[in-house]
Design a binder for this molecule. Structure first.
Ligand code: PEP
Length: 254
């Protein structure tokens, strides 16, 4: 049985004091038994402080994005080695907000995944369809393309360092959640796609999180699905109680 992985994407939210407070509470309260992996993804400018607060705890810290080059004339960007330098172990790549608002393409996301893995950052790779694509019955086609282009050229050793997050765009921040069956169906498709490209072991061991309006009320049903190995949580990760309720739901389904 894989450990579930619950990740909190804080997005562009919180003040530094609020971020520190949230991290301290997590540090105190999530002295987790080790049954569930937990990670938080604060804004870049808070990372160093949050890494400091959570150092020695079981809560991983990661960034919400990074640039694909290691250093150089890329004004305003942050590199993988810089994230490592301040203590991050993880990074999210290909979030739908990066794809839609900042026009990140599958090929750019592929380069970012390679850059992240090459500097030792464990990567959450996000995929997911838009509402109109689901309505047109194109979910598998869209997610299939995101997977084949996003993972192009990666070895099975590298794939093992990834978590895939299935995040239907229509469910992110909308309060609309995929039903547990809808989510499980796409997770099965994702695992089968990985199986068709890599060995069965790789497909079995990779964790696939669900993301999209996960909260303390729907977490049990979603995380109880056989192909769901955790959650990427936006809004509900900003409140320590709701986030830890989701962690508890993950522990129950382990
Ligand atoms: C997310 O940002 O990855 C996310 C799933 O957000 P929310 O939980 O708020 O829908």
């Amino acid at each position: 049985m894989k450990k579930q992985f619950i990740a909190g994407n804080w997005k562009m939210n919180l003040t530094i004091d609020e971020a520190r407070g949230l991290a301290r509470k997590l540090c105190d309260e999530s002295v987790n038994s080790g049954v569930v992996d937990i990670g938080v993804f604060p804004a870049f400018v808070f990372l160093r402080d949050i890494c400091e607060i959570l150092r020695g705890s079981k809560v991983y810290v990661g960034a919400q994005n990074m640039y694909l080059e290691k250093s150089g004339a890329f004004t305003g960007e942050i590199s993988g080695p810089m994230l490592r330098d301040v203590g991050c172990t993880h990074v999210i790549i290909g979030h739908s907000e990066r794809r839609t608002i900042f026009h990140e393409t599958n090929s750019m996301i592929n380069s970012k995944i390679k850059a992240a893995l090459s500097c030792g950052l464990k990567t959450i790779f996000c995929v997911g369809e838009k509402q109109e694509e689901r309505d047109d019955d194109k979910t598998n086609e869209v997610v299939g393309n995101q997977l084949s282009e996003g993972l192009a050229g990666l070895t099975s050793e590298q794939i093992k360092e990834l978590t895939i997050a299935y995040e239907p765009v229509w469910a992110i921040g909308t309060g609309k959640t995929a039903t547990p069956e809808q989510a499980n169906e796409v997770h099965t498709f994702i695992r089968n796609t990985i199986r068709s490209k890599y060995e069965n072991d790789t497909a079995q061991s990779i964790r696939i999180q669900y993301g999209g309006s996960v909260n303390s009320k729907n977490a049990d049903d979603l995380l109880g699905q056989p192909e769901i190995d955790g959650a990427l949580v936006g809004g509900a990760s900003l409140d320590v109680k709701s986030f830890l309720d989701i962690v508890s739901a993950a522990a129950r389904s382990s």
